[in-house]
Write a protein that binds this ligand. Structure first.
Ligand SMILES: O=P(O)(O)OC[C@H]1O[C@H](OP(=O)(O)O)[C@H](O)[C@@H]1O
Length: 320
């Protein structure tokens, strides 16, 4: 049998995720779900078996792009579990409807989470941010909508400088922004009332997997007495960690750290470029989700409720 046909739209989205043209855990989940919808609509499968094989192949292609943000497999699982029917047309319709539902829930969860997180921010507070998180920014947006004045100290976030995206978004909302290099964070924590970050995955023990540099920031913030708030919708909860799996930390291309043009001046050194790190739960004050805010130690209770009956295996594995 030929390999299942994957539509060019899926390949393009997968490439964009791998290259970080599409980035941020929520945006990756949204784009991956939409791509499965495109696959379903473009499919020329003659039989239900062929259609299912194509959808599974598309999901695998999207899944293999980046390993750390669990929102990606969680999104794919949601959509594939919605696939039902006995004909190609029924299967297609079920996928398309599930994608619409998933994307609506994603937006709604981010909005609800923002309202909950905004309650932690007081009028006149200054936040310190790391990287760019749409979940974290949703909290700021709701605080602003509630009439609070918020200022921000924005960490640049080497090597890809996603802090620039955060700074731009906050300025568009008229939030006063001070942009700093990552190394200046400890100094400026004296001026911060909260550290506010997002997450790519949350483990069952309440550990937060987020952009490299988050754990050092959290340790420094704890030493300075600045509370650390993690904004992460439940799509970021990692079901595999309930059975002891660890979260794979993505290692990215060394040229993000040392571009070819600078390589010669530095010479023959090894470069490592981990994209994420793990912040232990004891450095986190609250994990804000659309289901409420939790001390990290109690996140496992929510995970049991959400994933308790999950079976082994993934719907994109070679099963029907
Ligand atoms: O889902 P939202 O809150 O937008 O983003 C969550 C996280 O995704 C990003 O990863 P990357 O830039 O894709 O490596 C950052 O680590 C950010 O905190």
């Amino acid at each position: 049998m030929n390999d299942p046909a994957i539509t060019p739209a899926v390949t393009a989205v997968a490439d964009d995720i791998a290259e970080m043209e599409i980035r941020g855990a929520a945006a990756i989940a949204d784009a991956a779900a939409a791509a499965i919808g495109e696959q379903a609509q473009a499919s020329e499968a003659d039989t239900p078996e062929e259609f299912r094989a194509e959808i599974r192949a598309a999901a695998r292609r999207l899944h293999e792009t980046r390993p750390t943000a669990v929102s990606l497999p969680n999104a794919l699982r949601y959509v594939l579990q919605g696939m039902e029917g006995n004909t190609v047309a029924e299967l297609r319709d079920s996928i398309v409807a599930t994608v619409v539902e998933f994307r609506r829930e994603l937006d709604q969860a981010q909005d609800n989470l923002g309202q909950i997180g905004a309650n932690r921010l007081r009028d006149g507070d200054t936040i310190m941010t790391h990287c760019h998180s749409t979940d974290a920014l949703s909290c700021v947006r709701h605080a602003l909508n509630d009439g609070k004045d918020i200022s921000a100290i924005v960490k640049e976030t080497r090597p890809r400088k996603q802090g620039h995206i955060t700074a731009r978004q906050l300025r568009d909302w008229d939030v006063p922004v001070t942009l700093i290099v990552d190394n200046a964070a400890r100094r400026y924590l004296n001026d911060a009332d909260h550290v506010l970050v997002g997450a790519d995955s949350i483990a069952a023990d309440g550990s937060v997997i987020n952009k490299i540099g988050t754990s050092g920031l959290a340790v420094n913030a704890r030493e300075r007495g600045v509370p650390i708030m993690v904004a992460a919708q439940t799509l970021k909860l990692h079901p595999g960690t309930m059975t002891g799996h660890t979260v794979e930390i993505e290692m990215r291309d060394e040229r993000e750290v040392l571009p070819d043009a600078e390589r010669e001046a530095v010479g023959d050194v090894r470069v490592e470029n981990p994209a994420f790190d793990v912040t232990p739960p004891r450095y986190v004050d609250a994990i804000v989700t659309e289901r409420g805010q939790f001390p990290p130690e109690s996140i496992v209770t929510l995970m049991r409720e959400l994933f308790g009956d999950q079976q082994n295996g993934e719907p994109w594995d070679e099963r029907s």
